[in-house]
Design a protein around this ligand. Structure first.
Ligand code: GLU
Length: 405
């Protein structure tokens, strides 16, 4: 697999080549403030002790406390977490929220753990890091394979250790336990607001044929939201493969189906296809909502979508970006497209500190203009520099960070 941090740095270089931010500034952005590795001992259900490897990268806090999720995955390693933390710093700047960039993770396949083991592991992550975390210091959140329940254990552990009762140290908590309305669907909903804001400018039709890769929190809600808005979602996939129906999939039924069977395969009135075929589907809009490095120099030329909206972080490599740009495929970059998640996380933090609870309508009424404004500004930046939206987004983010610095 390509090193995601190297990819992130080559994105940065590409921007530094077209706009002069000054060498010192770019040099600072090439290094995280801190990257921390921890060992987490967990007593397993069989009585044996197992040591897990965990991480927290605090990339940059120029704009505010470090902010970013925690990923549980068997392939998670420090370079991935560093790249994700870097992207968080830019993402918060794009969203215009007073937060910096951070990211955490544990190398683990959570599906292999019992609930008790998972809880002990999650509390262990906090125990090792409690001195660097805090509402004004570093505020984690969910990411791949981490849930509101896990955030609740973590907030509870932090409170036990420090006595801080605000629960603002972690976002993405369950409703009723300090969580915000709308946080669960915020990433997908935010992506939809960005799409609405840009669709005319990138020449997408009123009703789009949509392909979604990934059926986790971001992908499943994206499929549902696009479908409900009258678009035709023809294919979706999960880690095991995809399903396809040219007439459109019934996403509500599919979510039920996946919940009961644990899989997409065998869903009535659909044909099974591979994950690669999902990416290469003939469609207007492709939404990668799974992992990094999905569209690479190898398959970029085979992409048939008119536009790609990155709900995942880093799904397109820098080489693939060039190929897509030449082909005329518009890419709405992750740091804009999925910034609805962290923006509602910021709302959650704000509500916790003010002891308020906003309705879902209030949350989305606040979210929509923020994303619309960022999307429009990024479009202008990309046109000014005659470049793609990713570089436009980097320029907006870097200008905001530099100004504050
Ligand atoms: N993990 C999400 C992301 O990559 C959300 C981060 C947050 O809410 O802090 O943007």
């Amino acid at each position: 697999m390509q090193n995601p941090f190297q990819n992130a740095m080559s994105q940065l270089d590409k921007v530094a080549n077209i706009k002069n931010f000054g060498e010192e500034f770019i040099a600072r952005l090439r290094h995280p403030d801190r990257d921390i590795r921890i060992s987490i001992p967990v007593k397993m259900d069989n009585g044996q002790l197992k040591i897990f490897e965990g991480y927290r990268v605090e990339y940059n806090n120029v704009l505010g406390p470090y902010k970013g999720g925690i990923r549980y995955h068997q392939d998670t390693e420090i370079n991935e977490v560093k790249a994700l933390a870097f992207w968080m710093a830019l993402k918060c700047a794009v969203a215009g929220i007073p937060m910096g960039g951070g990211k955490g993770g544990i190398t683990v396949n959570p599906r292999e753990l019992s609930k008790g083991e998972l809880e002990r592991l999650s509390r262990g992550w906090i125990q090792k890091l409690s001195d660097i975390l805090g509402p004004m210091k570093d505020v984690p959140a969910p990411d791949v394979n981490t849930t509101p329940e896990i955030m609740d254990w973590m907030a509870d552990e932090f409170e036990k250790i420090t006595g801080d009762k605000t629960r603002a140290v972690i976002t993405g908590k369950p409703l009723g336990k300090g969580g915000s309305e709308g946080r669960g669907t915020a990433t997908a909903q935010g992506g939809f607001f960005v799409f609405e804001s840009l669709k005319k400018d990138i020449n997408l039709p009123e009703k789009c044929k949509v392909a979604v890769q990934g059926f986790g929190n971001a992908g499943s809600y994206a499929a549902l939201i696009w479908k409900k808005a009258g678009h035709n979602v023809v294919t979706v996939s999960d880690s095991k493969g995809g399903i396809y129906n040219p007439d459109g999939l019934d996403i509500e039924k599919l979510m039920e189906y996946k919940k009961t069977t644990g899989s997409l395969s065998g869903f009535p009135e659909s044909k099974e296809i591979t994950n690669e075929e999902v990416l290469q589907t003939e469609c207007d809009l492709l939404i990668p909502a799974a992992f990094e490095n999905q569209i690479t120099a190898e398959n970029a030329d085979k992409i048939k979508a008119k536009a790609i909206l990155e709900l995942a972080n880093g799904p397109i490599t820098p080489e693939a970006d060039e190929i897509l740009f030449k082909k005329g495929v518009s890419v709405i970059p992750d740091i804009l497209a999925n910034s609805g998640g962290v923006t509602v996380s910021y709302f959650e933090w704000d509500q916790n500190l003010k002891n308020e609870h906003w309705s879902e309508k209030e949350v989305f009424d606040k979210l929509q203009p923020i994303l619309d404004d960022s999307a429009k500004k990024i479009l202008v930046k990309s046109k000014e520099s005659n470049t793609d939206l990713r570089r436009g987004a980097f320029i907006l983010a870097l200008e905001r960070i530099q100004e504050k610095m």
